[in-house]
Design a protein around this ligand. Structure first.
Ligand code: ADP
Ligand code: GLC
Length: 493
């Protein structure tokens, strides 16, 4: 437990994902790790998320409160438990008609969006608002409602439409590309006032956007990196919200995500056959050899093994990596990719692995263990994203002495410094244009640096020296929570 230097706050985190109960991306890691860091600092935090199948048992949750049938979807109740392997209390929103079904949080078992996502996530936000308003009566007067991404973003809207006392609200944008867009006919089903269908409300290019509910009504807005907070105010990066975000620029803050440095610790990683730190980097060689064996890469000490872990989507730029593959292989590189997503990219990666046995490996799927072994065992990690609000894997890679090769965008720009541009100060390699030539050039430069062991070692050590834990970020969030409380009272920000 850290020393407490502030009055503890009661914070309700609202999200559609939180590890280990439900995860499709970095959002789930961040919700849990941020909450855990706040709890360690003495704050009273609860994470509200839907009771997806099996979660009540896994969180050892018991019935806490009956919520009736707020949106006419069926019996709804709150169950209290704990996020497994943490000391973070979980509040699970049970409504079997909406959540007790196969598939993931957003997609059904066949990969199509649940047709009633507007109800699934309006109910989540509605329950958050109800709890926030009823807090004093149920013995937990909430200070802050912190909503994450579009599935939770109506919570600040419901609270703004309420006339009585309410807690302060914060919305965090993890990815502006997902706006939660539905036809205007959903308004009555989600119990929004008809007047909310307006520019100054939920309206977004003729439709309803749940995310806009957060961006328009929340007391404060955060993005998951400082550079992304600038990008979202531009026409290119704003996804149609740039005007609103420019207008609210004085309420918008970029806070770099942290990583869970217990789970991602090269010295004590249960997914690896051995451990290492900055003082024992030669031990990383054994992890590298084990990865090459596991992935079926040819043993070659001079090759630069380039790893990649993540969703295979347009955002992540894996198609650019496929285009740059000839250059990567020609310059003596090997490639190992773990991921799932876009069928076309999956097929192209499988074909590349088939055509280049021993130098290209592709594992289609989701595997915590292999993710750790790729990030530890590769020489470099490539993250060629077209846009990246923060990105976690490049921070894991830095901690593991695996210099990242990234595009200069969002959180990648905030965490990786090019060692050719900043000789002796960099921690990786950065390219600017989302084009194959720029990526190929960065891959070639990384390979050249890798062939110089002294330079490479210094690069690794500089990356490992930076603290990517939540220690810094959590203080930023606390200061934003305090500003939000000031806004709510009408005090100057
Ligand atoms: P995003 O949230 O946009 O997908 P992030 O880099 O923020 O990207 O977070 C992705 C998280 O998901 C990381 O913790 C990463 O290790 C994990 N991840 C992504 N794909 C896989 C996979 N196929 N197997 C294991 N972990 C994965
Ligand atoms: C989103 C973003 C990613 C970020 C993650 C956690 O999924 O795509 O860049 O790291 O959220 O905030």
């Amino acid at each position: 437990m850290y020393a407490r230097a502030h009055a503890p706050m009661r914070i309700l985190q609202v999200a559609s994902e939180a590890v280990p109960l439900c995860k499709t991306g970095g959002l789930a890691d961040v919700v849990t790790a941020l909450s855990q860091a706040l709890v360690r600092g003495g704050d009273d935090v609860r994470v509200l998320l839907p009771a997806y199948p099996g979660t009540i048992e896994r969180a050892a949750a018991t019935r806490m409160l009956d919520l009736g049938d707020p949106l006419g979807c069926g019996a709804t109740s709150l169950w209290r438990g704990v996020l497994p392997d943490t000391s973070v209390p979980a509040l699970l929103l049970r409504c079997d008609a909406l959540y007790e079904r196969p598939g993931g949080p957003y997609l059904d078992a066949s990969g199509r969006e649940h047709t009633d996502n507007y109800l699934r996530f309006a109910l989540l936000a509605r329950a958050a608002a109800t709890l926030a308003i009823a807090g004093p009566a149920v013995g937990w007067p909430v200070d802050i409602v912190h909503a994450h991404d579009w599935p939770a973003a109506l919570a600040p809207a419901y609270l703004a439409w309420w006339d009585g006392e309410r807690p302060a609200t914060v919305v965090t944008v993890h990815n502006l590309a997902f706006v939660g867009r539905f036809g205007p006919s959903v308004l009555s089903a989600i119990a929004a006032p008809p007047a909310a269908f307006a520019t100054h409300g939920l309206e977004f290019f003729g439709a309803v956007s749940f995310l806009k509910g957060g961006l328009y009504y929340a007391d404060r807005i955060t993005t998951v990196s400082p550079t992304y907070a600038e990008e979202v105010r531009t026409t290119d990066g704003g996804e149609g919200f740039d005007g609103l975000l420019r207008a609210r620029a004085d309420r918008l803050h970029g806070i770099l995500n942290g990583i869970d440095d217990h789970v991602w610790n090269p010295a004590a990683d249960s997914h690896l056959a051995g451990g290492y730190d900055a003082t024992s980097l030669p031990d990383k060689r054994a992890i590298r050899s084990a990865l090459a064996r596991e992935a079926g890469l040819r043993a070659d000490g001079d090759a630069t093994i380039v790893g990649s872990v993540g969703r295979l989507s347009w955002q992540k730029g894996l198609d650019l990596l496929l285009e740059a593959l000839p250059a990567l292989l020609a310059s003596g590189g090997q490639l190992v990719v773990l991921g799932t997503g876009d069928g076309g990219i999956e097929r192209a990666l499988a074909e590349a692995a088939h055509s280049h046995p021993g130098t290209v490996a592709f594992h289609r799927g989701y595997s915590e263990g292999l993710a750790h072994r790729i990030i530890a065992g590769s020489d470099a990690l490539v993250v060629p994203s077209r846009f990246e609000p923060c990105g976690l894997t490049q921070m894991y890679a830095l901690r593991y002495g695996t210099p990242p090769i990234v595009r200069r965008t969002g959180g990648l720009a905030d965490t990786v410094l090019d060692d050719d541009l900043w000789p002796g100060q960099g921690n990786g390699f950065v390219f600017a244009d989302p084009h194959v030539d720029a990526l190929a050039n960065a891959l070639t430069r990384a390979h050249a640096a890798h062939l110089d062991p002294k330079r490479w070692r210094a690069l690794q050590i500089r990356g490992m020296a930076r603290d990517f834990s939540w220690t810094v970020g959590v203080e930023h969030y606390r200061s934003i929570y305090r500003l939000a409380q000031g806004d709510r009272r009408g005090a100057p920000p």
